[in-house]
Design a protein around this ligand. Structure first.
Ligand SMILES: NC(=O)c1ccc[n+]([C@@H]2O[C@H](COP(=O)([O-])OP(=O)(O)OC[C@H]3O[C@@H](n4cnc5c(N)ncnc54)[C@H](O)[C@@H]3O)[C@@H](O)[C@H]2O)c1
Ligand SMILES: [Zn+2]
Ligand SMILES: [Zn+2]
Length: 394
């Protein structure tokens, strides 16, 4: 089959690799019909080389059709249309039973000290072949795949793999009081969808921040008050000025470890890029290598006693944090990978009506054949041609 695989920094290729096969009784094989490129993939593309293997198949936002199932699978039939969550989880362990499939005790990558295995996401998360491919082997298929109805385009459901539950969790963790104010930092796919979910769920006021004109314009069209990071020397002061001098109740950081505007973090990241992989991996695990501009901004912006929801991915172990400010402002901080299946039942009714309240049908800015995946990565990273969300169609 054809698959998009990683070969080095900014080097993603369309390779021919062996078709996946059933290996365990509870596996399924899915023929992929649509599969997203995510901001998390960009971290692999740019930064996470020390944790990647040459030829690793990328991708964790797939949907498609069940082609084959192992003997233990009774919940899926050939031909079922399914979306596959980005994390692999069993559904029956303590963590899964408690709504935390990202911490699944069956698939935890213990030798790395990490949580549940993820598709297409580094040795830290099990180096499981991903879903930017023609076919995908899905382990623990008794729990993961979400059956979706026919009669709608893929765009209705494909974001259940990641974007929708991630935005949902970001808003849930942000704990915006009824009618309260939320600031969303970053208006990529995750930040943009978080603004939509927040408005749908009754936030009084949503302010979005980015520095890409098309992304700001897109959010503004949906009724978000937008601020261009580049136009405000002291963004936190500006936002306090807009919020009774106090700051918003909640802030979502939908930027993560490659934030624009952090010279020190950028330097650290460039340095690890020059080291041999084994040394760089140690350094990245042990040291603070994140660009913290967005997180620092969130801490400054949030009102006293407010909540920060970190949904952007961070990876350093010793990142310096302003504990004095966090403590003194009495900030609540929640974070983590999205627990996909936990939120699916809440989201599904918003996807199957005649209307499309979250705008999923028009959410993708680009659809490309799998063959053009490498161009898709480049376009998404450089934010060329108005690219916000790219779906690949194998
Ligand atoms: N927790 C999860 O389960 C989960 C799931 C998916 C994605 N993510 C993470 O969410 C983050 C966003 O993903 P995405 O797909 O939207 O990617 P993206 O890279 O398209 O979005 C990031 C946006 O942040 C903007 N930005 C950069 N620096 C900024 C700053 N200092 N202030 C404000 N905005 C700034 C960029 O212009 C960009 O539009 C990534 O870190 C990704 O890894 C987490
Ligand atoms: Zn993703
Ligand atoms: Zn589990």
């Amino acid at each position: 089959m054809k698959a998009l695989s990683w070969h080095g920094k900014r080097d993603v290729r369309v390779d021919t690799v062996p078709d996946p096969a059933i290996q365990e009784p509870n596996d399924a094989i899915i023929r992929i019909t649509s599969t997203g490129i995510c901001g998390s993939d960009l971290h692999l593309y740019e930064l996470m080389g020390p944790f990647m293997g040459d030829g690793d198949v990328l991708g964790h936002e797939p949907m498609g059709v069940v082609e084959e199932v192992g003997p233990a699978i009774t919940n899926l039939r050939l031909g079922d249309r399914v979306v596959v969550p980005f994390q692999i989880a069993c559904g029956h362990c303590y963590m899964c039973q408690n709504g935390l499939p990202t911490q699944c005790e069956t698939t935890q990558v213990r030798e790395q000290g990490m949580g549940a295995a993820l598709f297409g996401y580094t040795k830290l998360y099990g180096e499981v072949p991903g879903g930017q491919a023609e076919y995908l082997r899905v382990p623990e298929a008794q729990f993961g795949p979400i059956k979706v109805p026919d009669g709608y385009p893929d765009d209705r459901f494909v974001y259940l793999s990641d974007v929708l539950p991630t935005a949902w969790q970001a808003v849930e963790y942000a704990d915006v009081p009824p009618g309260g104010t939320l600031v969303v930092l970053g208006l990529g796919p995750i930040g943009d969808m978080s603004t939509r979910v927040a408005m749908q769920r009754g936030a009084g006021r949503v302010i979005g921040v980015d520095l890409v004109p098309e992304r700001l314009a897109r959010a503004a069209r949906n009724g978000v008050e937008v601020l261009d990071l580049r136009e405000h020397k002291n963004l936190a002061e500006t936002i306090r000025g807009l919020t009774d001098g106090r700051g918003p109740d909640s802030v979502i950081d939908a930027v993560g470890m490659e934030a624009h505007g952090d010279g020190f973090g950028q330097l650290a990241q460039q340095m690890t890029g020059l080291l041999p992989d084994a040394v760089a991996a140690k350094l990245m695990e042990r040291a603070g290598v994140d660009r913290l501009a967005a997180l620092h901004l969130a801490i400054d912006i949030v009102r006293r006693g407010g909540t920060i929801s970190l949904i952007g991915v961070y990876g350093g172990m010793l990142d310096p944090l302003p504990m004095l400010t966090l403590f003194d402002k009495q900030v609540q901080l929640r974070m983590g990978q999205a627990n996909v299946r936990r939120w699916v039942d809440d989201i599904m009714p918003l996807l199957t009506g005649d209307d499309d309240p979250l705008g999923v049908e028009t959410f993708a800015t680009h659809r490309l054949p799998l063959d053009q995946g490498p161009q898709g990565y480049e376009m998404f990273q450089k934010k060329k041609d108005g690219a916000v969300k790219i779906l690949l169609q194998p």
